[in-house]
Design a protein around this ligand. Structure first.
Ligand SMILES: Cc1cc2nc3c(=O)[nH]c(=O)nc-3n(C[C@H](O)[C@H](O)[C@H](O)COP(=O)(O)OP(=O)(O)OC[C@H]3O[C@@H](n4cnc5c(N)ncnc54)[C@H](O)[C@@H]3O)c2cc1C
Length: 490
């Protein structure tokens, strides 16, 4: 079996199939494996590493695939900051979300009880919520139908939030901004059902299992996957861009951890023209522009509690965020863009460099394909809520949206979702089909974030696609055990 691409989903598929006893070859275009889960020395400061893409892992910690693999038993330490995320507002105010729902509710004063009413029911049924969001939608046994009440509650909740605007149940302005900042992870026009769903799911996970970072950076997850693949006889080749199926060894199954368009190109005339057209029509979303910074000290947030959060959402009030997101969706750069900041050192002091320098990771939402270096815009947005920030910046490196695909071809135009995220496109991903993983040529499957459940480091697309390949091509109907080998008695 051949897997094209070694992101979390490609490696999840590869590990699953190698564990099932197949000979597996993974071919990766970049010089190192991991796709969106890589941590590299960018040459900004000696001994300092940055997460190239993903940094924070609310989905990895609940992913059924990664839980079966048992990251903790393999030495991956998922570490938590005191607060999961924070959202500063002008005037030195801020909302802070802790793992403890009670502590968060207490901090939200007048809107605390409403926060509990919105999120409490999801927190109480978190396992069902995870199954609805990450489960195999085609397998009714573990998909939404198995958790009808939770699925209906989610639909009702997201419709309420989408129609009224995120946080419409609240009286103050802090809680609505907090929820809108989480919903902005969808990077879409607001209000939108998918942003409301994103807010409800990610905000719930903050209270259930937190928003941790892996000690040492996201590559810790990749390292575990690669080690397991190699330990089970798999092979990994890096630095080879697959452009044509004929360049690959013959195999009974090919799994593509790529965009649908790449799969169409590689499969060429083997794909029926109608199917090729349908896959090529899968649309891409708005972009992000990344900035990696090196700081001489902590970010001087005006509200000190913000500095105890691992993730910070910037953009101001609910209305200001909606304005910025809608500018981007209309193809314009926002004057004050939505910015996401991850400060890994807050949870993981091992990320400090030898001379005490600290990495900071940030990105801004921009129109698809934007060529603008957002370093100044992101710096200004942080400075707005952390006066004096410029004084602690020692070095920086901006990557415009148009260049994000140089690091990973799955992010064309800076779309880090590998395809539009919308309520419809989370189901019809990459096309409306009973089975979205089968590409239309026997033995060819798409397994990237361009299939359900969509973006994020969870490996579930790879796991779901591997299930099909094992069954269709090798007659294997029982998914292999993924648990680490028990330690030998000393
Ligand atoms: C800036 C940024 C921040 C993010 N933040 C988070 C976060 O904090 N938390 C989170 O959960 N998610 C985050 N994400 C999203 C997450 O990284 C992705 O959703 C996830 O990595 C998708 O996994 P994947 O395996 O589908 O694809 P990818 O991780 O994108 O991997 C695809 C791999 O395929 C390779 N490839 C593509 N085409 C070819 C080809 N033709 N030949 C050979 N190899 C090929 C690529 O080089 C790449 O290695 C972020 C992404 C970015 C870019």
């Amino acid at each position: 079996m051949v897997v094209v691409g070694s992101g979390p989903n490609g490696l999840a598929a590869a590990v699953t199939c190698a564990r099932a006893g197949l000979a597996v070859l993974v071919v990766e275009a970049q010089p190192e494996p991991g796709g969106g889960a890589r941590t590299l020395d960018l040459g900004l400061a000696p001994g300092l590493v940055h997460d190239l893409c993903s940094a924070v892992h609310p989905l990895a910690v609940v992913s059924p695939f990664l839980r079966e693999l048992d990251l903790a038993a393999r030495g991956v330490e998922l570490v938590h900051a005191d607060a999961a995320y924070a959202h500063p507002l002008d005037g030195g105010r801020a909302g802070v979300v802790h793992r403890s729902l009670d502590r968060t509710v207490d901090g939200l004063d007048v809107d605390g009880p409403a926060w509990r009413r919105v999120l409490g029911p999801f927190v109480d049924h978190a396992d069902a919520l995870v199954d609805v969001v990450l489960g195999d939608r085609v397998r009714l046994a573990d998909g939404p139908l198995a958790h009808g009440p939770t699925a209906l509650r989610l639909v009702a909740g997201l419709l309420e939030q989408a129609v009224g605007g995120l946080g419409s149940r609240f009286r103050g302005d802090v809680a609505p901004a907090l929820l809108t900042g989480v919903g902005a992870h969808a990077n879409v026009r607001l209000p939108a059902p998918v942003a409301a769903g994103t807010a409800l799911v990610l905000a719930t996970l903050a209270h259930v299992s937190g928003w941790p970072v892996p000690r040492g950076g996201s590559r810790a997850i990749t390292d575990v996957l690669v080690a397991d693949l190699l330990a089970h006889g798999g092979e990994l080749v890096v630095g080879v861009t697959v452009a044509d199926l004929d360049a690959l060894p013959r195999a009974r199954a090919y799994l593509f951890d790529t965009t649908p368009r790449t799969a169409v190109r590689v499969l060429g005339r083997r794909l029926p023209p109608g199917r090729a057209r349908a896959l090529s029509r899968f649309p891409y979303g708005n972009g992000v522009a990344k900035v990696d910074l090196v700081l001489s000290g902590p970010v001087p947030w005006q509200h000190p509690a913000v500095g105890r959060a691992g993730t910070v959402h910037l953009g101001g009030s609910r209305a200001q965020i909606a304005r910025a997101e809608n500018d981007v969706a209309a193809g314009r750069h926002a004057r004050h863009p939505v910015v996401l900041v991850s400060d890994p050192t807050v949870a993981d002091p091992s990320r400090l460099g030898p001379t005490g320098l600290r990495p900071l990771w940030a990105y801004a939402h921009v129109p698809a394909g934007s060529t603008r270096d957002m370093t100044e815009a992101i710096t200004a947005q942080i400075e707005r809520f952390a006066p004096g920030f410029r004084d602690v910046v020692v070095a920086s490196r901006g990557v415009p949206a148009s260049r994000m695909s140089e690091h990973d071809a799955n992010y064309p135009g800076g779309d880090i979702g590998s395809g539009v995220v919308s309520a419809y496109r989370l189901l019809a991903r990459p096309r409306l089909a009973v089975d979205p993983y089968r590409l239309g040529v026997p033995g060819a499957y798409l397994c990237s974030a361009s299939t359900p459940p969509g973006p994020g480091v969870h490996g579930m697309s790879g796991w779901h696609a591997a299930r099909r390949a094992l069954r269709d091509r090798f007659g294997i109907t029982r998914m292999p055990d993924l648990a680490p080998a028990p330690a030998l008695p000393r």
